[in-house]
Design a protein around this ligand. Sequence first.
Ligand SMILES: [Zn+2]
Ligand SMILES: [Zn+2]
Length: 136
Amino acid sequence: MERLAQCHCGSLRATASGEPILVNTCHCKDCQRRTGAVAGDGAIYDKAQVRIEGASRIFEREAQAGRRIRFHFCPNCGTSLYWEGDIRPDWYVVAVGAFADPDFPPPSVSIFEESMHPWVLLPDNIKHARRSFLAS
Ligand SMILES: [Zn+2]
Ligand SMILES: [Zn+2]
């Protein structure tokens, strides 16, 4: 199965094949500012599952423990479509909203709940983490 994620203007696209390794919803303040939404939802794929088309620029910042994370965004419309980081160099994380597909698998992990807006509703049986689900 293939799913297509694309930026707001449609020029940057990521085609993901197969199911994501994991879907998370992240309430960290960086995701809040990056998306303009109150949480950022990411679908983790092995890089080999994802085909990228279109030009992108990179915003790189420090993540936890001195590692770096790189957000690939459309130079035309600014959507951060996917990202990758030093913590797992074999992964791409694709923005769930960019698939614009209500049937996309829901998140199984809710992370950085330390800065979650208290009115956000989460799926039943989701795992909760105050910070990252990966060891820092
Ligand atoms: Zn765009
Ligand atoms: Zn985050």
